[in-house]
Write a protein that binds this ligand. Structure first.
Ligand code: ADP
Length: 429
């Protein structure tokens, strides 16, 4: 088509000149391969009117109404799937406009027209892209909320299952414990002690089952905010001493070395639920034993921080990968295949049901404390080790005034002398 020369032709006139061609061309191109919407040509007519209006007034906001209508009419499904139809349409329109201009106008007219309408198109793209993105973000966040709700539902049913199963198992276990104890008495009276030996095995099994059931009950109490703390004055150093004694036999049998030292705050009286805090630290120390190979070292230390006392348990064991460092504090957060677990309380890698650390976290959080782990990674050959940090609030007041009085008496009586920092070793070989 020969290009006509019409220098100085106003842009409005140029637009009017290309309008029929533009509508025909754009209509044909965009309808191809797409779901043709009824009245598409009328829509293009309206678009062009507004385009002219924007150019005439210099205000691209004239386009807003049609752009938003189009963006809103783009189905949710398209946006959900990330198909940005309207952005695509505008982009295509820019290309087609340039093509129509080349075919219909002189070079000068093309330049003049494009200089006037490209900013309007660019503005339009911005409006549409923003709308499409906002819709997509809203959709994704709805989707995330839905998944979150689903996870919460699953977690609730998991927690309900644990609670029901634990209580159901507790009754027959109590019965077995009763009969086993009666059989113990009978075996003691009998001359032949072979029954006694068998019963020792049965009692070990009962003990393990009792621990697992108690852990399940603790987890369900933590999940349902039913953990009630019984605050009493305690010294963390004393708790560590008790736990050291507890693990001594296994330290010897597995040639492990435990190092612990007095630390600042270890003899300070603070209010904690002694039993629960002991349980939390025990779970961490038992894990250090379980996941450290024979001849390894476990170091228990601590320090005073503003408002808190921190206990640090370091082992020379298999370590924990970065991605598992938060998972292990979830219930059933055991790492690796359950089938490969050798169950045991102290055996190397004798994994349990994966409740220990979630209980420890529940107990510490109920106290207003925290627990976390640091480890260079998991390696069963290099044994990079893990460091567990246990943060316990150094509470010096009890809700019960009687307790506070008792606490003050204890503090006066046993005020810590100068802290010794000499490590005490317990090496077994
Ligand atoms: P489990 O009963 O399996 O020991 P826990 O909740 O006590 O459950 O621990 C969860 C998981 O965290 C364990 O299965 C283990 O994979 C990992 N883990 C815990 N403590 C350590 C540690 N000191 N070194 C290496 N891995 C550990």
């Amino acid at each position: 088509m020969p290009k006509k020369k019409s220098p100085g032709m106003p842009v409005q006139k140029i637009l009017r000149k290309i309008r029929p061609e533009w509508i025909e061309h754009v209509g044909r191109d965009l309808a191809r391969g797409m779901e043709v919407r009824a009245g598409f040509e009328q829509q293009l007519d309206r678009f062009f009117d507004l385009l002219e209006q924007s150019v005439t007034t210099g205000d691209p906001a004239w386009m807003d109404s049609i752009l938003l209508d189009w963006a809103k009419s783009s189905t949710e499904t398209n946006l959900e799937e990330g198909l940005y139809h309207v952005s695509f349409i505008i982009n295509r329109m820019i290309a087609l406009t340039i093509q129509v201009a080349n075919e219909t106008l002189t070079k000068q007219q093309s330049i003049d027209m494009l200089a006037a309408i490209i900013p309007v198109y660019t503005y339009g793209l911005g409006v549409v892209a923003r709308y499409e993105m906002e819709t997509r973000v809203a959709h994704i966040s709805d989707e995330m909320q839905r998944v979150q709700k689903q996870l919460e539902r699953i977690d609730r049913s998991k927690s309900a299952f644990i609670s029901v199963a634990a209580h159901e198992l507790k009754t027959p276990l109590t019965l077995i414990e009763g009969y086993a104890s009666m059989m113990d008495d009978l075996a003691r009276d009998a001359r032949d002690n072979s029954m006694g030996k068998l019963l020792t095995g049965v009692n070990i099994g009962i003990g393990r089952l009792r621990t697992i059931i108690d852990d399940m009950i603790d987890v369900s109490m933590i999940d349902n905010n039913l953990l009630r703390l019984n605050f009493q004055p305690a010294q963390l150093g004393q708790i560590v001493d008790v736990l050291r004694k507890e693990i001594e036999p296994v330290m010897q049998s597995r040639s492990l070395r435990v190092e612990s030292a007095e630390f600042e705050g270890s003899r300070q009286w603070i209010y904690v639920d002694t039993q629960r805090i002991t349980q939390a630290i025990r779970n961490v120390i038992n894990n250090a034993v379980k996941y450290t190979p024979d001849n390894g070292t476990i170091t228990i230390s601590g320090r005073m921080l503003p408002g808190f006392i921190e206990i640090v348990v370091v082992d020379t064991g298999i370590g924990i990968s970065q991605e598992n460092q938060s998972i292990i504090f979830e219930k059933f957060g055991q790492v690796g295949s359950v089938g490969l677990h050798s169950s045991g309380k102290t055996k190397f890698k004798g994994g349990g049901p994966g409740l220990g650390l979630s209980i420890a976290r529940g107990i510490l959080e109920a106290h207003g404390g925290a627990i976390w782990v640091e480890s260079p990674g998991y390696d069963e050959k290099a044994f990079p080790g893990s460091t567990f940090h246990i943060l316990i609030p150094a509470r010096t007041e009890s809700a019960d005034p009687e307790m506070t009085r008792l606490f003050d008496t204890l503090e006066k009586k046993f005020k810590p002398n100068v802290e010794t920092n000499t490590p005490t070793h317990n090496t077994a070989s």
